[in-house]
Ligand binder design. Structure first.
Ligand code: ZN
Length: 302
């Protein structure tokens, strides 16, 4: 039996999968944010609870986490749940659970889940895209996560947004310290901020889903915001396709629920991709919010 654990900012979720990837049981608890020791204990208790419930012992456990494991130090880096940064998460979990634990970046878990039995199943090179509070991505090659020496493979969100045509981009600042990161334009907060810049009279509380709904209802300013968003997203994704030429691009994260997203991106990509025709399928994920926790379980072979 395999257990996947997803360390989210608001909840920690665990799932047990059988060899075919069928869900056997699921548990979740509120995330003890900012407290590292309680996070380790919460994971231990979730795994023990699932094993008790299913009458199993010593399941293989994979954990999806924000950030990545530094190849230099073995410690977590780049996590937005900052209590994890600088901690030897894999070692501490292994000690708490008394077994070897596989730990992987949550966007990589998303890509692995979709490559294993989701929207990218059967494809050799799968690029999984997270469009949510942040912009991330993961790369799976022949069913295995491609990590890279810096543990940043697939992390396209902190490249500079390519300006398309004559567009002069706003001078956005990113939490990473750089300017005009892709994330500051095509994340949920990035889209909302762009709408506030383009429509100063709009309600400042509008989030990405509300702006997309307004655009569908015919609001001209929201429509213009969404057009900029789709165009920038297509231009930024094209830089990944031009380098990597993946067999499929799977869209995930909260913004992937915006209904015309896939169609809009597919329609706009050919203008940016260095090819006579675009042969790359761009698809919506199959497992939705469960992709991260399922992918963590898939870190172990069936
Ligand atoms: Zn950045």
């Amino acid at each position: 039996m395999r257990i996947g654990v997803d360390l989210g900012g608001t909840k920690i979720e665990a799932i047990a999968l059988d060899a075919e990837g069928r869900e056997l049981a699921r548990r979740r608890v509120a995330s003890p944010s900012h407290d590292y020791t309680q996070t380790i204990e919460a994971v231990r208790a979730l795994v023990a609870g699932l094993e008790r419930e299913l009458g199993a012992a010593r399941a293989r456990v994979g954990v999806g986490t924000p950030g990545a494991i530094s190849s230099l130090t073995g410690l977590i880096k780049n996590a937005n749940s900052t209590a994890l940064n600088g901690r030897p998460l894999a070692d501490d979990l292994a000690r708490a659970l008394g077994r070897e634990i596989r730990v992987e970046n949550d966007a990589n878990c998303f890509a692995l889940s979709e490559a294993s039995d989701g929207a990218g199943a059967g494809r050799r090179v799968v690029f999984g895209v997270i469009l949510g509070t942040g912009v991330g991505g993961g790369l799976v090659h022949d069913g295995r996560v491609w990590v890279g020496p810096n543990a940043i493979a697939g992390e396209w969100g902190h490249n500079e947004m390519p300006p398309r045509g004559q567009e002069s981009l706003p001078d956005t600042r990113c939490y990473c310290g750089r300017r005009r990161c892709i994330e500051t334009f095509v994340s949920g907060p990035g889209l909302a901020a762009d709408h506030r810049r383009g429509a100063p009279g709009a309600a400042p509380s509008l989030d990405a889903a509300a702006i997309a709904a307004l655009a569908r209802a015919g609001d001209a300013e929201a429509g213009a915001t969404m057009a900029r968003f789709y165009e920038r997203l297509a231009g930024a994704l094209a830089t990944v396709i031009n380098v990597l030429d993946p067999d499929v691009v799977v869209l995930g994260g909260g913004l992937s629920n915006i209904e015309p997203l896939c169609d809009e991106v597919r329609a706009r990509l050919p203008a940016h991709v260095f090819s006579d025709a675009l042969a790359t399928p761009v698809v919506t994920n199959r497992h939705g919010d469960s992709s991260g926790v399922r992918g963590a379980a898939w870190l172990w072979p069936a």
